[in-house]
Design a protein around this ligand. Structure first.
Ligand code: SOE
Length: 390
């Protein structure tokens, strides 16, 4: 390996833990052109950030991200904070000459996303790279699905059908954590879960969403203010506050290659923990995936003899499958954390090779346009048609 790649990460909670693990592990399994060094982690609480540094293995800690981005011993800024601070941190980091990787969705508003994409494009001229952390592209089974589509194994794409089902806020006493407040998260199930579906639908089909029609709903409109929270858990106090985001986001879409799509993102699907499912139907076949069986891809080849045609399960653990040559012998499974390791692998290569990582901030902005269109459609009831004779 050549020069080390010194990383400074802002935020150390759920996503920060996943990213820190990825930075530590990627070079131990993949041959990387530069060796990641966990140089500094940043968070507002002095005790919290010191504890995270010790647990996750960071060399130093900062409590002010402005100090972190100005440090000249840092090459990459990794943003793992809620969406309300993405734009400010990313733009400052790019101005300070850093490469930037940012959690999804790119921003809370379209204006912020535009400013980030402009800053990234400007910095790109000086060799700086930026990437949005849509980690599910790096699930080997989904990278394989993309390869099958690219190789023409699905023919002309007709449908994309995508669902992201969780249930962590079904209990009305679950507290009003930052993901349930528009000022910190931008939107609810839409930006948190729907953004993954939008990115994946476009990644898998190679088509862009051009228009949407949406329905949003908030089932629980008021919740206890949080006493404590971490990741997707928390406890509430006595005082209550309003939920200002969508609990569920449903929409249909048209794509520019002629496909149509149906999307459902919800945190109210009792029993479903992280069921991110996506299916693509084409004239020559279908691929179907469910994250809760993330090492598998279902594939149907429509040209096969009718007597024996049908879905078959591909166990995506062969060394010929995307990313899998770095891992275990066939049949030895991988997990959620590997998607972040693959993301780091690809980002380090892009930085070292001077290529554009995908998805770039420009790609993230395009997803943000779709998110904005979904939110606008959900807020606009002009095409809503009540049923006669209820
Ligand atoms: C919470 O809904 C969450 O952690 C998302 O924010 C992540 O992007 C997704 O991978 C899992 O669920």
């Amino acid at each position: 390996m050549s020069a080390p790649l010194r990383v400074g990460m802002v935020g150390y909670s759920f996503m920060g833990t996943a990213h820190a693990h990825a930075w530590r592990t990627a070079g131990r399994f993949f041959d990387l052109p530069r060796a990641p060094v966990l140089a500094a982690v940043c968070g507002r609480s002095p005790d919290g950030v010191l504890a995270a540094a010790a647990r996750q293995g960071w060399i130093s800690a900062e409590t002010d991200w402005r100090v972190l981005v100005e440090r000249d011993d840092i090459d990459v800024i990794d943003i793992c904070t809620p969406g309300d601070s993405h734009a400010e941190i990313a733009i400052a980091a790019l101005a300070a000459g850093k490469h930037v990787i940012c959690e999804k969705p790119l921003a809370n508003t379209l204006d912020e996303a535009v400013a980030m994409a402009v800053a990234a494009e400007q910095a790109r001229k000086s060799g700086q790279r930026s990437m949005v952390a849509f980690n599910y592209r790096r699930v080997p089974a989904l990278a394989l699905a993309r390869r099958l589509v690219e190789d023409g194994r699905l023919g002309t794409i007709h449908h994309v059908r995508a669902q992201y089902l969780q249930d962590w806020i079904v209990d009305p006493q679950f507290p009003l954590v930052w993901r349930l407040r528009a000022e910190t998260a931008g939107s609810g199930a839409l930006g948190d879960l729907g953004a993954h579906l939008i990115d994946l639908a476009q990644f898998l089909t190679g088509q862009r969403i051009t228009g949407v029609s949406a329905l949003h709903h908030t089932f629980v409109t008021e919740r206890p203010l949080p006493r404590s929270s971490h990741g997707l858990s928390g406890t509430g106090g006595v005082e209550r506050g309003p939920v200002t985001v969508d609990d569920a986001s449903l929409f249909t879409a048209r794509l520019d290659g002629g496909a149509i799509g149906a999307f459902e993102a919800t945190r109210f699907a009792a029993g479903h923990k992280n069921a991110m499912r996506i299916e693509v139907n084409g004239s020559a076949g279908t691929v179907a995936f469910d994250f809760e069986s993330m090492n598998e891809l279902s594939f149907h080849d429509h040209s096969e003899d009718l007597d024996s045609a049908g879905f078959r399960r591909i166990l995506v653990t062969e060394p010929t499958h995307p990313y899998m040559d770095a891992w275990w012998p066939p049949g030895h499974l991988i997990g959620y954390e590997h998607t972040f390791i693959h993301e780091v692998r690809d980002f380090v290569h892009a930085i070292a090779d001077g290529t554009d990582p995908a998805p770039s901030f420009t790609d993230g902005l395009q997803v943000q346009h779709v998110l904005a269109a979904v939110a606008a459609s959900a807020a606009n009831h002009s095409t809503w048609t009540p049923t006669e004779g209820r």
